[in-house]
Design a protein around this ligand. Structure first.
Ligand SMILES: *[C@@H]1O[C@H](CO)[C@@H](O)[C@H](O)[C@H]1NC(C)=O
Ligand SMILES: *[C@@H]1O[C@H](CO)[C@@H](O)[C@H](O)[C@H]1NC(C)=O
Ligand SMILES: *[C@@H]1O[C@H](CO)[C@@H](O)[C@H](O)[C@H]1NC(C)=O
Ligand SMILES: *[C@@H]1O[C@H](CO)[C@@H](O)[C@H](O)[C@H]1NC(C)=O
Ligand SMILES: *[C@@H]1O[C@H](CO)[C@@H](O)[C@H](O)[C@H]1NC(C)=O
Ligand SMILES: *[C@@H]1O[C@H](CO)[C@@H](O)[C@H](O)[C@H]1NC(C)=O
Ligand SMILES: *[C@@H]1O[C@H](CO)[C@@H](O)[C@H](O)[C@H]1NC(C)=O
Ligand SMILES: *[C@@H]1O[C@H](CO)[C@@H](O)[C@H](O)[C@H]1NC(C)=O
Ligand SMILES: *[C@@H]1O[C@H](CO)[C@@H](O)[C@H](O)[C@H]1NC(C)=O
Ligand SMILES: CC(=O)N[C@H]1CO[C@H](CO)[C@@H](O)[C@@H]1O
Length: 544
């Protein structure tokens, strides 16, 4: 193990990751560095009285304001954050601690509803000023766990369900988000701001949402751990939807343990989202933090679906093969070529598009119906489309509404027999013919893939994925742009990750595997952003 771990680090240092810069400064610095600070380090400081939650809010706010004008990752700060921090500090003083998130600032994606001074817009001016009857369930759970909702992060508008020629991380309301590992980096999406903010230490961690790739992909390119939970593990009540069959809310954090803590806080049954009634064991959750053990991979069978992975860029392919050796070294059996038998059919299929299109029309209308105040009067997708096409800042037609045009002309109605048959076809493509078939036929505990390809097959069956940093592009990489030509899609230093994917409700196992891999490789700390905010706790403690 020592030898392989050593080789791995040498491999990263020479070929994949930018060379190690000087180590974290030592000597008398008692505050954790905010770029990498973990929930448990910050909690230890809070408990010892070295700093307060008010200090944390001040420091993170200053960091956000340092970089937001360049990266546009946060659209709104919570005007109540300091007040909430004060109350939680006071509570801690009386000896009450709500748990591992008590007094820790968290950012949430701009489609996650809050009943407070912040707007819930999905990045659209159609929803600025709209009021909700209450917090979304996940936001309410965060508050109950003692987290401070520090602000709303920018996103690909409508969670990337509007346009065929927009760009990742752009919304009319929040502007264009950029990643921090290369100037004008494509932040991926749609949880773009959550990814950039978490990665730069602008909060302890963040929440994103995923329909197909929107947590995993921005975690992949922003050097983060992302958990895409099983659909139904976390409530979607009062989260601006795309599809009830595929949407899920999950954490984006710098370490597997922090992601596990956040998942624990937001998961669980909710009467307002009946998909959560499918959580096994009568809704009793596993202990996700306890699942983080160094021996988690021992004796496990991990598959490699080569046809699904397909050809990869050389640096990713090399790092991925080296990662398989790390997994073997950690005690896992790698089962190669656990291919998906329905792969070619899946590639040809448009069943996912049909499900999302028909869900969106109905699910958006039910979301809008719940608003207690709706200043633009939008009630339906047709209204939202009309608003978007006539409101200048929405940049129509430069950014078109092709996805909606398709949803509105599709004649497969939500709830119809045809919609159900299409959904069932997806259950075959991703099930017997896809990841579930491979898991069963080869007696696997999980499959691994590069994170750039992990989302699709799991998305259509609502299955979970955990991504963890794997490496970054080498110095001699040629810069490539996205299709709109406004973002850098490939460049030196851009991070990429590896994903563990499993059957429904297997989060605890996947978290364990990701942790066992993370602890042996520690890639996150070796890949450095080009732009880092300078404010640290030392700058704010006692300074107000
Ligand atoms: C961040 O920048 C965006 C784009 O300029 C802006 O819309 C937003 O208000 C800024 N957020 C904060 C918190 O300053
Ligand atoms: C929410 O939107 C309203 C209306 O534009 C604006 O006045 C308010 O400042 C926004 N809230 C925050 C926290 O930015
Ligand atoms: C689930 O909830 C939706 C909306 O609240 C409702 O229309 C539907 O009938 C419920 N389904 C079940 C199986 O309870
Ligand atoms: C799996 O897929 C890969 C890549 O397409 C192919 O080279 C390999 O032969 C396949 N193996 C099996 C067992 O199907
Ligand atoms: C479309 O929007 C315009 C301007 O906002 C409004 O005048 C018109 O009535 C709307 N049309 C429909 C069909 O909603
Ligand atoms: C996006 O697509 C629309 C509709 O086809 C087109 O009018 C517009 O010019 C396109 N935008 C860009 C930047 O190419
Ligand atoms: C949808 O439209 C197609 C062609 O226009 C037609 O063949 C099909 O029967 C329609 N389906 C439904 C459910 O109306
Ligand atoms: C799993 O085995 C079943 C039964 O033999 C087969 O139909 C299916 O294609 C297999 N799926 C995968 C992904 O191997
Ligand atoms: C970058 O350098 C590596 C190792 O020297 C080499 O294998 C690779 O071909 C180079 N890539 C480019 C794009 O020049
Ligand atoms: C609310 C707000 O400040 N919106 C800004 C979002 O970003 C765009 C483009 O940068 C600005 O034009 C908006 O004013």
């Amino acid at each position: 193990m020592v030898l392989l771990a050593y080789l791995w680090k040498a491999f990263l240092a020479t070929t994949v990751v930018a060379p190690l810069t000087s180590a974290v400064p030592s000597g008398g610095h008692k505050f954790p560095k905010l770029l990498d600070a973990t929930a448990s380090e910050l909690t230890a400081g809070l408990e010892k009285g070295e700093f307060t939650s008010v200090d944390l809010v001040q420091a993170y706010t200053a960091r956000i304001l340092e970089v937001n004008s360049t990266l546009h990752m946060v659209t709104e700060l919570n005007p109540d954050a300091l007040k909430i921090a004060k109350a939680l500090d006071a509570e801690r003083k009386t000896g009450k601690c709500r748990g591992p998130l008590h007094g820790l600032p968290i950012l949430i994606k701009g489609n996650i509803g809050t009943d407070d001074l912040m707007n819930t817009t999905a990045g659209s001016y159609a929803l600025v000023g709209a009021k909700l009857p209450r917090d979304s369930t996940v936001a309410a759970k965060l508050r109950k766990a003692g987290a401070i909702i520090l602000g709303k992060s920018n996103l690909s508008q409508w969670a990337n369900f509007r346009s065929s020629n927009s760009s990742n991380g752009w919304s009319a309301y929040g502007g264009q988000t950029y990643g921090a590992y290369y100037p004008k980096q494509d932040p991926s999406g749609s949880s773009s701001g959550s990814g950039v903010a978490s990665s730069l230490g602008l909060a302890v961690a963040s929440l994103g949402s995923e329909t197909d790739g929107s947590i995993i992909s921005p975690s992949d390119v922003n050097n983060l751990v992302g958990i895409k939970p099983t659909v139904g593990l976390t409530s979607r009540a009062l989260v601006i939807p795309i599809s009830e069959h595929q949407d899920t809310v999950g954490p984006m954090a710098r370490t597997v343990k922090d992601a596990a803590i956040l998942l624990q806080a937001i998961a669980g049954p909710d009467a307002a989202d009946n998909y959560t009634s499918a959580i096994p064991h009568k809704g009793k959750l596993p202990d996700y933090l306890a699942a983080c053990t160094i021996g988690a991979l021992k004796g496990k069978r991990i598959g490699v679906p080569r046809n699904y992975i397909g050809p990869q860029p050389a640096p990713v392919a090399e790092a991925f093969e080296a990662a398989l050796d790390i997994l073997r070294e950690a005690g896992a059996t790698i089962v190669d070529n656990t291919n998906y038998t329905a792969y070619a059919e899946w590639v040809r299929s448009n069943a996912e598009t049909v499900v999302l299109d028909s869900d969106f029309v109905a699910n958006l209308a039910s979301y809008l119906k719940q608003l207690t105040y709706d200043p633009t009067g939008v009630k339906s997708l047709a209204d939202v489309k009309n608003f978007t096409q006539s409101f200048g800042a929405e940049e129509y037609p430069s950014r078109d509404t092709a996805t909606w045009d398709e949803s509105l002309t599709l004649n497969v109605t939500y709830g119809s027999a045809e919609a159900w048959a299409t959904y069932q076809y997806n259950q075959y493509l991703g099930g017997v013919g896809g990841i579930l078939g491979a898991l069963r036929n080869h007696s696997l505990d999980a499959v691994v893939t590069p994170s750039s390809v992990s989302s699709g097959i799991s998305a259509i069956i609502g299955a979970p994925i955990v991504t963890v940093p794997l490496g970054s592009y080498p110095k001699n990489t040629t810069v490539e742009y996205n299709s709109r030509g406004n973002l850098v899609a490939i460049a030196p230093n851009l991070p990429f990750g590896i994903s563990f994917s499993g059957k429904l409700w297997s989060e605890a196992s996947l978290i364990g595997f990701a942790y066992a891999f993370e602890q042996r490789t520690e890639v996150r700390k070796q890949v450095k952003p080009y732009l880092v905010p300078k404010t640290e706790l030392a700058d704010v403690v006692g300074g107000y």
